[in-house]
Design a protein around this ligand. Structure first.
Ligand code: ADP
Ligand code: MG
Length: 339
């Protein structure tokens, strides 16, 4: 049996704004096993970042975890004090963000920032930490790390800066790395290199990884399991195989269709899902995707579907999976080869 590292149970997180309660995360449950990489995928505004910020307990005011548990090594993060979280963050759970320029401090050399991160979390002296920093830069594929360690962030390209961020995040050997849109700001070839690097590192240092992205194509190679989010809810989750070859939720099918297809040329690259994401302050009673779903039935707008298990690891929240629902082919219109 795989060992569970993180178990998110019925997590609800809201922002208490002057317009009302924005229910960003509306009861989300998933787990991450030791050494496993999972993907959280969904369009912008689905609640992916709020889920990860809840795990890190880095929610900004007026955001608040309203309900649920986040068990990390069987201890509930929701109940931890800020002081306890300081020990967990960076040391046991590390996070990298979309734009490494805003996360790196422009006035310190890259080396200084890695050394500082290492010393903060590990009992090493400066010389040992510097040696480790050079090793980390080498590990993430920065050429001549002995020289580059003395450079400032602006002296690195976007892709190289993201590698530096990964080096900082991994220098403390965290049990869990959360990468929120780690490649979104990068061009396609560099994206590919960063993802390969993450996959490589996962195998080398046995860190569990959560990759968050709006692009299903990004997680195909790296993640063994995928969680599909929309409107603050998990629409479907399963192995990468389930999600790519046997999707059961029309929203997942929509995401599959919108994967950029470089091989098909510029014109056919993207078929976005028509319509726009739901209002988190006034969520509907029914499925958040019902308004945009080509197969929506009356019940979809009235009541949220329970999860239907397709198999042990694969489940989806969709009334079409009810045994009395009409049989429709939700994959119609998916580009050949996309699934
Ligand atoms: P994603 O990362 O999937 O693009 P987020 O998790 O950032 O989406 O946001 C989910 C929803 O949470 C947003 O649609 C918005 O309604 C709400 N939200 C996020 N941050 C704030 C905030 N600071 N104040 C109010 N609402 C917020
Ligand atoms: Mg986000």
């Amino acid at each position: 049996m795989a060992e569970t590292l993180l178990e998110v149970k019925k997590l609800k997180t809201s922002f208490f704004t002057h317009l009302g309660e924005a229910q960003a995360v509306r009861g989300v449950s998933f787990e991450v096993n030791k050494g496993e990489a999972i993907g959280i995928v969904g369009e912008s505004g689905s609640g992916k970042s709020v889920t990860s910020l809840s795990i890190m307990k880095l929610l900004q005011h007026p955001g608040k975890i309203v309900d649920g548990e986040i068990l990390f090594k069987e201890q509930d993060i929701v109940k931890k004090s800020n002081r306890e979280m300081l020990k967990i963050r960076g040391n046991q759970i590390a996070m990298i963000f979309q734009d490494p320029m805003t996360s790196l401090n422009p006035v310190y050399t890259v080396g200084n920032q890695i050394v500082e991160a290492i010393i903060r979390h590990q009992k090493l002296n400066k010389k040992q930490a510097r040696k480790k920093a050079i090793n980390m830069l080498k590990l993430v594929g920065i050429p001549s790390p002995e020289k580059r360690i003395n450079n400032y962030p602006y002296e690195f390209s976007g892709g190289m800066r993201q590698r530096v961020m990964i080096a900082i995040a991994l220098s403390c050997e965290p049990d869990l790395l959360i990468a929120d849109e780690p490649t979104t700001a990068l061009d396609v070839t560099i994206q590919d290199q960063i993802l390969k690097l993450m996959k490589d590192l996962k195998e080398k240092i046995d860190t569990s990884i959560i990759v968050i992205t709006h692009d299903l194509g990004v997680v195909a190679d790296v993640c063994s399991r995928i969680v599909v989010m929309y409107g603050g809810l998990i629409m479907e989750q399963g192995t990468s195989r389930d999600i790519f070859y046997n999707p059961k939720h029309p929203y997942t099918v929509g995401l599959l269709k919108s994967i950029p297809r470089l091989d098909l040329g510029e014109k056919k690259r993207l078929i976005p899902i028509p319509g726009s994401p739901p209002d988190s302050i006034h969520p509907s009673k029914g499925c958040p995707f019902a308004d945009r779903c080509p197969h929506a039935m009356r019940i979809c707008k009235e009541r949220l579907s329970p999860y239907f298990n397709i198999d042990e690891k694969h489940k989806a929240m969709c009334w079409l999976l009810h045994r009395e629902a009409p049989k429709v082919d939700i994959k119609i219109g998916v580009q050949k080869g996309a699934i």
